[in-house]
Design a protein around this ligand. Structure first.
Ligand code: ADP
Ligand code: GN1
Ligand code: MG
Length: 370
């Protein structure tokens, strides 16, 4: 993979930032794209910042389709927010086109780059340090779901085919185990066994969808806490970011991925598994807040399946980390050897916790059924 820094000077020239660029440095904790913050120095005010991203070529095969989705969604959200009297520049992302007028810039080595204004006065959290913070993220993701309720889903490209198709993730995992191209299966026999014992679970949501029980909606599909920017003063969810995977999906995906990442007090790659525990209070807090954000629009069946969302998104993510470990860390950025295996282990610990507390999870969500 070509280092993003290699073409950075060329890319900075390709966009009009409205003032001289004084620097661009790596930014954030995303696992997928190469993200930079660009500092500019306007004459009449202090620094203005932008987010510059090289879209991951491993994840996104069609940056043109990806950007068409994002432009459609950000413009639609912008209108919705203005109609509700909101602040468009802080509550919705906005794409800044390159000087050549295209939706994004392709550098001389084929890398695809985009620019967004930096949403100032916000904080991006890596962990739900307080229940209030987690609740605010739940309201924001629920509201996002609500705002996109009438978005023409048929116009969206599938930016990553089979993204939350857990059956497909399982099949890819089995193929990676079978190939064992780096001889790594010997290091993770318990984890492989953990997945194989849960083969039937991988079909739970898809079966319900195929049976017509769960509707497809426009979903975000990557609702980690660090994909919502919180207002630094009020602490409320201000702007939902990382729109790369907005596609038709099940509501339980958005609920579940937030629980996976936020309803515990450890890092995703924590190596001391005694620190990795599902926090039932945080689960309850998020459930209430997410449903509040959706404005009561979910069906009883969708609510009933929320615990499955938590378990499936966590199991699936663990399967994805493990598969990536087995094939040589091609997809998720790593900063140390074995990081994807460590990430997988935290996910499976959380899945096991969810299974232990399954009845409590069901009781919590059942409070919200009509
Ligand atoms: P990835 O897909 O790699 O996770 P993200 O789009 O989530 O990439 O961006 C990575 C990080 O950059 C975010 O977690 C957030 O900290 C920061 N970020 C992204 N967009 C903005 C923005 N418009 N304003 C401020 N910070 C942003
Ligand atoms: C990735 O892009 P980021 O870092 O917000 C991944 C998610 C995983 C998550 C695990 C496009 O999210 O699906 O759940 O890592 N995004 C993509 O932390 O694959
Ligand atoms: Mg992200």
């Amino acid at each position: 993979m070509v280092q993003a820094e290699q073409t950075l000077p060329e890319v900075l020239q390709a966009f009009d930032f409205g003032a001289p660029v004084v620097g661009a440095i790596r930014y954030g904790h995303g696992h997928i794209n190469d993200t930079f913050v660009v500092h500019t120095q306007p004459e009449d005010r202090c620094c203005r910042r932008f987010i510059l991203q090289r879209m991951s070529a491993a994840a996104f095969k069609h940056p043109d389709q990806l950007m068409e989705n994002i432009i459609g969604i950000t413009e639609y959200l912008g209108k919705q927010i203005l109609e509700r009297g909101g602040d468009r520049s802080r509550e919705a992302m906005e794409v800044i086109r390159p000087k050549n007028g295209a939706d994004y810039y392709t550098d001389s080595l084929g890398g695809a780059w985009r620019v967004y204004p930096f949403v100032e006065g916000t904080v991006c959290h890596q962990a739900a340090d307080t229940p209030e913070l987690f609740a605010a993220s739940g309201r924001a993701f629920g509201r996002f779901q609500q705002l996109l309720r009438d978005y023409p889903a048929g116009t969206l490209y599938e930016t990553i085919p089979h993204f939350h198709d857990t059956e497909d993730r399982l099949a890819k995992f089995k193929a990676a185990v079978e190939a064992d191209k780096l001889g790594r299966t010997k290091d993770c026999q318990p984890e492989i066994g953990f997945v194989l014992a849960r083969e039937a679970d991988c079909s739970a949501a898809l079966d319900a969808m195929r049976a017509g029980k769960l509707p497809l909606r426009v979903t975000h599909n990557d609702t980690k806490l660090n994909n919502v920017l919180m207002d630094e003063k009020s602490g409320e969810g201000m702007c939902i970011i990382d729109l790369d995977t907005v596609m038709p999906g099940l509501v339980l995906y958005d609920f579940g991925d937030s629980i996976r990442f936020g309803a515990n007090h450890s890092a995703e790659d924590e190596t001391d598994l005694s620190k990795v525990n599902l926090d039932l209070d945080l689960f309850a807090v998020y459930t209430a807040a997410f449903l509040e954000g959706t404005g009561g629009s979910l069906t009883n069946a969708e609510i009933e399946y929320l615990p499955w969302g938590a378990k499936l998104m966590t199991l699936e993510c663990g399967i994805r980390f493990l598969t990536d470990y087995l094939v040589g860390d091609e997809y998720f950025h790593i900063s140390r050897e074995g990081q994807n295996l460590d990430r997988c282990r935290t996910q499976f610990k959380l899945v096991a916790d969810m299974e232990t507390h399954w009845k409590e999870l069901e009781d919590i969500v059942n409070q919200y059924r009509r």
